[in-house]
Ligand binder design. Structure first.
Ligand code: HEM
Length: 481
């Protein structure tokens, strides 16, 4: 009897000590954690918690402990340290990994791996993408080709309603497809339409915090739940595209041919082949890539992640930019006047346009209370940090003299060890698409209703339609003369 009491007291003391060591926040209730305290409006709840508990708050999403950091300097310090660089294995990725490996949930890719595997895949991906132009002008021709086709499409649709939500999906997926496989689809290709629809609806409809994903046993015992079937369907379709393409690369390699390193897949497969032939495992050279960790499973997983990470984020940002300009005609006119004064190659001088473009990632960037570090609602909609947090106000990004102003708390791409891997590609695409489309076309909202959506993994622009009217511009030669 006494030993049972001693055991119970010891367990209680340990639990109490552990609870006291956690950041202050709401004591969780069984099973649901802090969820009941977040209802009905999680954003408001987070704001109230900061007032009550300070800049570091603890909470529990069902069974997962989370820490919310509200202060930019604390966010930067935490995310710059190794202690905060690990991610938990997202449920979406457990399902994906199982499908790639045929059963194993072994962590794959970049987004949900940690330690050596994450370092190797991230370093190799960054290095390879840099080699063929990430962050450099050499990617510009690929992006410009997409822009030209999109503009030709818009010209054909002049006078007709254009849906903002899906306006950029195909072009942005095509830039990624060209980077990953070295090929592009025509915008009308049904395969491209299918791929972009799949990626975009997965991003908008996937519910990472759905209770069914919180406990692994739920999928083991109820594998046929609708939420699992829908998620699996998306992954099967997206993987299908990638696997078909990989097969043709591998056929070439198996027949002893070299595959071009001019695409991410080609470069990865060549490097894998070299590693197998030379049985090398070189941790020092080649930018510290551990070649023994390069594997076809990781390659498939990374390609899925480049589509997930790089498509909806960028096209939603552009969608918001068009919606915001179409609904603010005076600001649109000011941006166009500034663009008219510069040639598009003179990018550094386009300040008004730059500041307008900066606003849209504030609306579209991922907003997850769990392990996503950038609490965009707080840092991006905080009245202490922005003069008009809920208004389209380009002056937020301009000094009184009209030069571009950077904000240390504007973190649409995250910060620290896990900072967005595609930031330079995203910035280049946003700049070229935004400046070119606003320079060449005028955008006007139609009379259709504007319907704001609830947030998915990313924050999609509202459902609305616009008219795109070609502007009368002097041609390039006249400008240069
Ligand atoms: C407007 C466009 C984009 C936005 C707003 C955005 C935002 C973000 C954010 C907030 C993160 C999380 C950072 C963190 O956890 O600290 C992230 C990670 C990531 N992004 Fe992006 N992103 C964009 C475009 C892209 C593009 C174009 C690609 C690739 C082609 C990409 C690939 C990734 C990957 C692979 C990660 C995971 C990095 C890691 O865990 O090491 N993103 N992004």
């Amino acid at each position: 009897m006494w030993s049972t009491v001693t055991l119970l007291v010891t367990v209680l003391v340990i639990l109490l000590v552990r609870m006291c060591r956690k950041p202050s926040g709401f004591p969780p209730v069984p099973v649901l954690g802090s969820i009941p305290f977040m209802l009905p409006d999680a954003t408001k709840a987070f704001q109230n918690w900061q007032k009550k508990f300070g800049n570091i708050v603890g909470m529990k999403m069902f069974n997962t402990w989370c820490i919310i950091l509200y202060d930019t300097s604390i966010i930067k310090e935490a995310l710059g340290s190794h202690a905060f660089s690990d991610r938990s294995n997202f449920p979406l990725f457990l399902i994906r990994n199982e499908m790639i490996t045929g059963g194993s949930e072994e962590p794959l890719g970049i987004l949900s791996t940690n330690g050596d595997t994450w370092k190797t895949q991230r370093r190799f991906t960054l290095r390879t993408l840099k080699d063929f132009g990430f962050g450099k002008q050499s990617l510009e021709p690929i992006i410009r080709e997409e822009l030209e086709e999109l503009m030709a499409d818009l010209t054909l649709q002049e006078g007709q309603k254009v849906q903002v939500k899906s306006l950029f999906d195909r072009s942005i997926i095509n830039v990624l497809w060209a980077t990953v496989t070295g090929k592009r689809f025509s915008l009308a290709d049904t395969r491209l339409v299918k791929l972009s629809n799949k990626v975009s609806s997965m991003m908008q409809n996937f519910k990472p915090f759905h209770p069914a994903f919180r406990w692994r046993w739920v999928r083991k015992f109820f594998p046929n739940l609708k939420i699992f079937k829908i998620t699996e369907g998306y992954i099967v379709d997206i993987l299908g595209f990638i696997e078909e393409e990989l097969e043709s690369f591998q056929e070439k390699l198996n027949s002893g041919c070299e595959v071009s390193r001019n695409s991410f897949v080609g470069a990865y497969l060549q490097e894998m082949k070299a590693a197998i032939e030379e049985k090398e495992s070189d941790e020092e050279g080649e930018g510290c890539v551990n070649h023994s960790l390069l594997h076809i499973h990781h390659l498939k997983a990374i390609v899925v992640e480049l589509f997930i990470g790089g498509s909806d984020t960028t096209s939603s940002t552009l969608g918001w930019a068009i919606y915001l300009l179409a609904s603010n005609p005076e600001i649109q006119q000011r941006v166009q006047e500034e663009l008219d004064r510069c040639t598009l190659h003179d990018g550094h001088h386009i300040r008004g346009a730059e500041s307008g473009r900066h606003l849209s990632p504030r609306c579209s960037s991922p907003d997850q209370p769990d392990h996503y570090p950038t609490r965009s609602h707080h840092t991006q909609e905080n009245p202490d940090l922005w003069q008009f947090p809920d208004k389209f106000y380009p002056q937020h990004f301009l000094t009184p003299e009209g030069t571009l102003r950077k904000h240390e708390y504007f973190l649409p791409f995250g910060t620290g060890k896990r900072v967005c891997l595609g930031e330079s590609l995203a910035r280049l695409q946003l700049f070229l698409f935004f400046t070119t489309l606003v320079h060449r076309f005028s955008w006007r909202l139609t009379d259709d209703p504007v319907v704001f959506k609830t947030k998915g993994i990313t924050n999609a622009p509202p459902d609305c339609s616009v008219f795109a009217t070609k502007r009368n511009l002097p041609d390039q030669e006249t400008l240069e003369a």
